[in-house]
Design a protein around this ligand. Structure first.
Ligand code: ADP
Ligand code: MG
Length: 226
């Protein structure tokens, strides 16, 4: 299932005027592919993810998430869509301090009302997929920054989302670990057939992704398919 943004414009109030954060942005991300979005700070990258995540409603344009047209949805329908179809990884891994790595994931399943046993199995499988099979019972303070970020990524995949949105996961990490996170996200994208958008400052290693779009002043330049 695909993520499609068509001619999306988003403005924020800015004194008596409006600030254009997204300016006629179009982007199509097929299932099983990863598109990187690069661009300077303040160019609109996080706004793009917020719109794709249905957290922010654009002034104009269409956002279709895994076949669902989001324009007409109520607030609670959007919440359901997010919970069932969209995995979101924010810049700061906001893990709950008192929960183990596996429990951070299990909470997600609990919110959507699955069985505890199934959730445990899926949580352990995902922790294995992100290379943390032996860290399932550690709490956040017992993990490194990179390991916490991987728990964060695994948690976003817990409800088997069609769309995975990741905001600058490498900004807090060094270059080498940034490459490892990119590899991990590429592998998960293929394996779980997510339509993945990765916002990143780190332009290294991007030759391996399926597409790189560049954001400047709210405008997204998407290279023509090869
Ligand atoms: P990036 O993620 O590329 O740094 P953002 O999407 O965060 O860019 O921001 C794009 C522009 O929109 C910036 O000028 C920023 O100041 C502005 N902006 C972002 N969020 C808000 C908001 N909630 N209210 C007003 N302006 C915002
Ligand atoms: Mg940002």
């Amino acid at each position: 299932m695909t993520l499609t943004l068509t001619d999306v414009t988003l403005t924020y109030p800015d004194g008596d005027a409006r600030l254009t954060a997204l300016d006629h942005v179009s982007l199509e991300v097929p299932a099983g592919t990863l598109t990187a979005v690069v661009g300077p700070s303040g160019s609109g990258k996080s706004s793009l993810l917020a719109v794709a995540a249905t957290l922010v409603t654009p002034d104009r344009g269409r956002v279709v998430v895994a076949g669902t047209e989001t324009a007409g949805l109520s607030r609670s329908e959007k919440t359901d869509l997010r919970r069932e179809r969209i995995g979101i990884v924010f810049q700061q891994p906001n893990l709950l301090p008192s929960l183990t790595a596996a429990e951070q994931l299990q909470v997600m399943a609990h919110l959507s009302g699955g069985s505890v046993r199934d959730a445990r199995i899926r949580a352990l499988d995902l922790l294995d997929a992100v290379g943390l099979a032996d860290k399932a019972d550690r709490r956040p303070h017992q993990l490194s920054g990179g390991q916490r970020q991987r728990v964060n990524i695994a948690r976003a995949l817990m409800n088997e989302p069609a769309v995975l949105l990741v905001d600058e996961p490498t900004s807090a990490l060094d270059h080498e670990r940034g490459a490892a996170v990119l590899d991990l996200l590429l592998g998960l994208t293929r394996q779980r057939s997510t339509a993945t958008v990765l916002v990143t400052h780190d332009r290294a290693h991007l030759d391996r992704v399926d597409g790189t779009a560049t954001m400047n002043d709210g405008r997204l330049a998407v290279p023509a398919p090869a």
